[in-house]
Design a protein around this ligand. Structure first.
Ligand SMILES: C[S@@+](CC[C@H](N)C(=O)[O-])C[C@H]1O[C@@H](n2cnc3c(N)ncnc32)[C@H](O)[C@@H]1O
Length: 276
């Protein structure tokens, strides 16, 4: 079978199983099995797949039509222009989380700023900040040891200098910080049925769900951050759709709230506050 035929058949199969963007998914999976980039598929479309490549594509298509996110199949996701390794222990980094990075960079941290990324998952935000701000001192934490193993491998592969610690929110934090960033779990268990099946069945629940109305993590994190931030330090948080007022109401008088940043769909997404 040539690459051209393999691509056509793969896209048709994905479409029959109602996978969205079937052609794009087929390209990504075929390129992954060939260890090539997408351009190669079109510049070598007469080339014939060998047996290993055909088997790899068959396995990948089987997983994809079973609902496994394409990023877990190929094992990576782009974030802020770099590829991060992902597996089922970590949330797949989302484009809206790049606003956390942009928010920190926009506040022009001093050289040697101390920055903490709480609930780092794949490490996407904390490692990106370490690479964008090479003089900053980055600490990345998570309650999940499996997630931290992925973050550690991303830090090594991307050449980022970060300190890594396993803890529940800020429980074991030593020292004080100029910035704390976090994209904590913020979906209430009651909203579980509204999630895409792909997300609910394949992404780690520790990364998705928080107590009560979904704001449980913010209720704990905001007061603890007030203790750990230096005066004038910033807390930058990603929130879920419809949470802005609930989360803003958790900031007491020791905080100056900055305008919330909306994502590309106009949903208030990134909250910023400065410790007085
Ligand atoms: C929504 S994911 C975000 C991951 C990553 N920062 C990102 O933006 O892609 C939330 C992360 O918080 C971690 N987490 C959940 N509960 C936690 C807790 N009590 N303390 C620290 N981290 C926690 C999860 O393991 C998960 O990696």
């Amino acid at each position: 079978m040539t690459l051209r035929e393999a691509l056509r058949k793969a896209a048709e199969r994905l479409e029959r199983h109602f996978v969205s963007s079937p052609r794009l998914n087929a390209e990504v999976l075929l390129a992954y099995c060939l260890k090539a980039d997408k351009t190669y598929l079109y510049t070598h479309d007469d080339r014939v797949l060998n047996a290993d490549e055909q088997q790899c594509l068959e396995d990948a298509l089987y997983e994809r039509v079973s609902g496994v996110p394409v990023q877990y199949i190929v094992g990576r996701q782009e974030f802020f222009g770099r590829y991060f390794r992902v597996n089922r222990s970590v949330l797949i980094p989302r484009p809206e989380t790049e606003f956390i990075v942009e928010a920190v960079l926009g506040l022009k941290p001093a050289d040697c700023a101390a920055i903490l990324d709480v609930g780092t998952g794949s490490g996407c935000s904390g490692i990106t900040l370490a690479l964008e701000l090479p003089k900053a001192r980055l600490t990345i934490t998570d309650v999940s040891m499996e997630a931290l193993n992925v973050a550690r491998s991303n830090a090594t592969q991307l050449g980022a200098n970060v300190s890594i610690a396993c803890m529940d929110l800020l429980d074991a934090v030593g020292g004080s910080f100029d910035f704390i960033v976090s994209n904590p779990p913020y979906i209430s268990p009651q909203e579980s049925s509204n999630l895409q099946t792909e997300v609910r069945e394949h992404e780690p629940h520790v990364a998705l769900f928080a107590d009560d109305d979904g704001a449980g993590m913010f209720r704990k994190l905001i007061p603890s951050a007030a203790r750990v931030l230096k005066p004038g330090g910033y807390l930058i948080l990603e929130i879920g759709a419809g949470m802005e007022q609930r989360v803003l109401s958790l900031f007491g008088p020791q905080w100056n709230r900055l305008p919330t940043r909306a994502d590309l769909q106009g949903i208030p997404r990134t909250i910023m506050a400065q410790r007085q």
